[in-house]
Design a protein around this ligand. Structure first.
Ligand code: ATP
Ligand code: F6P
Length: 480
């Protein structure tokens, strides 16, 4: 049974804004499948997606437990006739399940992912019984893939560099890994009608077919829907703020202002900047419904779609004010926002948490899509960036996203690569440091100097220092 300390009021289900989860639901997502079928990648993406939505989730990777006793096994270790190997593998699975059950005793912990091959029916039955005994729901997620090209490229992309083969020749590693797969194939049983009493989702050949069975509640269906939208085609997502607006110049927030002359110049240069980064790849452009994003995207020669969900964070009664005016008129609110910027909701407006919730369909659509260019606003861009880079709620609202800069995000297995390209068009900085005097700042260093210092910021996972324009010293502390 659920521990008595867990109440609706204390659970994420109420406070995270997606609060439709039944108060007693805790879910163990049990990954199933042969090695190199993307299970760990899927598990990590689910954890990141749920974390972004403030649903506390954690991955328990049985391989990590196994590695403490057997750091670098060869394929023979995974032969089921190898008694010692079997014993150690079972011990690793038990240790992971024990830790997971302990983790679920904390009231805010809602979803665990048990990441292992779980490739036989008896192993899955055992997991279900352990979870049933703890009152934890199970959902089995199988990745089944018989596309040899995909499996081989997965091995080369991630397995030869796994800690299991550290310091070993990659060719030897790939061969041994193929042998390991054969060991598993001997005993592997796919989810089928024998397990019709279980909740499961079978993803076949990277989503070309999906079979779902007994999906029971909202959170389960949400996870399944997310899984159905994942693909592994190479692609990038480009994000840019709108060009400098008249409100940016005056230091006012919100509104629906036109671009400034420099903002219009950025709009003119954006197609060249995009072409430099995307070449001739086909793109779709998403904007908000506000004038400044449409004006910024106007010269882009691609299909365009305007989303209300991409509109800037609604600053309620503060819309149209400068930060200095907000500090003067609403000093307590101004301070409260600095103290907890992610959760602070403007009077009659929104918080960053609210923006994340309304962006969920955007993220889902982004996962389904290939190359997309999003022209949006500072706060919205921070939230989208946080999803891809796994940034924390403490840091993401403070991230510096300069105007006139195109960010390219390229999701790869286990990381998202980042590249920043600056247009040679100056703009004010709208970034305000926590606790600072509220004033927009003027960019005094030429953008080409910035560009030299700032292109090719690669693979930044949650490193806000990488997200800044070169240095605060290049920005004068005066208004234009
Ligand atoms: P192991 O059992 O050895 O831990 P695994 O199944 O966890 O293997 P991953 O390490 O997650 O495999 O493999 C990552 C690779 O799988 C990435 O290259 C990714 O592109 C690819 N991948 C992601 N999703 C799928 C999928 N549904 N089917 C096949 N491959 C996928
Ligand atoms: O100043 C530009 C702007 O897009 C405003 O319209 C918006 O209120 C603000 O940035 C969001 O940034 P922050 O959350 O740092 O105030």
């Amino acid at each position: 049974m659920r521990p008595a300390t867990r109440t609706r009021g204390s659970s994420n289900a109420v406070t995270n804004g997606v609060g439709v989860q039944a108060e007693d639901t805790r879910i163990c997502v049990v990954m199933v499948g042969l090695p190199a079928r993307g299970k760990s990648l899927i598990a990590q993406k689910v954890v990141r997606y749920l974390g972004w939505l403030s649903i506390t989730a954690k991955c328990f990777n049985v391989g990590n437990y196994r590695r403490t006793a057997t750091p670098q096994p060869n394929a023979a270790f995974f032969d089921t006739s190898n008694k010692e190997g079997e014993r150690l593998r079972k011990a690793a699975a038990e240790a992971a399940v024990d830790d997971m059950c302990k983790w679920f005793r904390s009231p805010d912990n809602l979803i665990a992912i048990l990441d292992a091959t779980n490739s036989t029916k008896p192993r899955r039955r055992w997991i279900k019984e352990r979870c049933d005994a703890e009152g934890i729901e199970t959902i089995f997620v199988e990745s089944k893939c018989d596309r040899e090209d995909i499996i081989l490229s997965n091995i080369l992309e991630v397995k030869t560099t796994s800690p299991d083969y550290e310091g070993l020749d990659p060719e030897h590693a790939a061969k041994d890994f193929l042998e390991r797969i054969k060991m598993y194939e001997r005993v592997y049983e796919t989810l089928d009608e024998d397990e019709a009493d279980m909740t499961y989702c079978k993803i076949i050949n990277v989503g070309s077919q999906v079979i779902i069975n007994r999906i029971q509640d909202y959170l389960q269906s949400r996870v399944v829907y997310y899984l159905m939208n994942l693909h592994i085609k190479p692609r990038s997502i480009w994000i840019s703020r709108h060009g400098e607006s008249m409100y940016n110049l005056s230091g006012q927030i919100g509104g629906d202002a036109n671009l400034s002359a420099r903002g219009r110049k950025y709009a003119e240069e954006l197609p060249t900047l995009v072409k430099r980064s995307a070449g001739d790849s086909p793109l779709t452009v998403w904007t908000s419904t506000l004038k400044r994003t449409a004006q910024t995207a106007q010269h882009l020669p691609y299909e365009k779609l305007a989303w209300k969900a991409l509109d800037e964070l609604d600053s309620g009664v503060c819309d149209g004010l400068t930060y200095a005016e907000i500090e003067e008129k609403y000093p307590r609110d101004f301070k409260a926002r600095d103290e907890d910027k992610y959760n602070y909701r403007y009077l009659g407006g929104e918080s960053y948490r609210d923006v994340v919730i309304r962006l969920e369909p955007i993220i889902m659509e982004l996962e389904r899509s290939e190359n997309i260019l999003i022209v949006t606003h500072q706060a919205v861009l921070r939230c989208i960036y946080a999803y891809f880079m796994g940034s924390t709620q403490e840091k993401s609202p403070w991230m510096e996203v300069p105007l006139h800069c195109l960010i390219r995000l390229t999701p790869r297995a286990y990381k998202t690569e980042e590249e920043r390209l600056f247009a040679d068009v100056p703009a004010v900085s709208t970034w305000r440091e926590k606790g600072s005097k509220a004033a927009h700042q003027v960019q005094t260093l030429s953008i080409s100097e910035c560009a030299e210092m700032c292109t090719d910021i690669a693979c930044a996972q949650d490193t806000p220092e990488n997200s800044r324009r070169p240095s605060p010293s290049i920005a004068a502390q005066t208004k234009p």
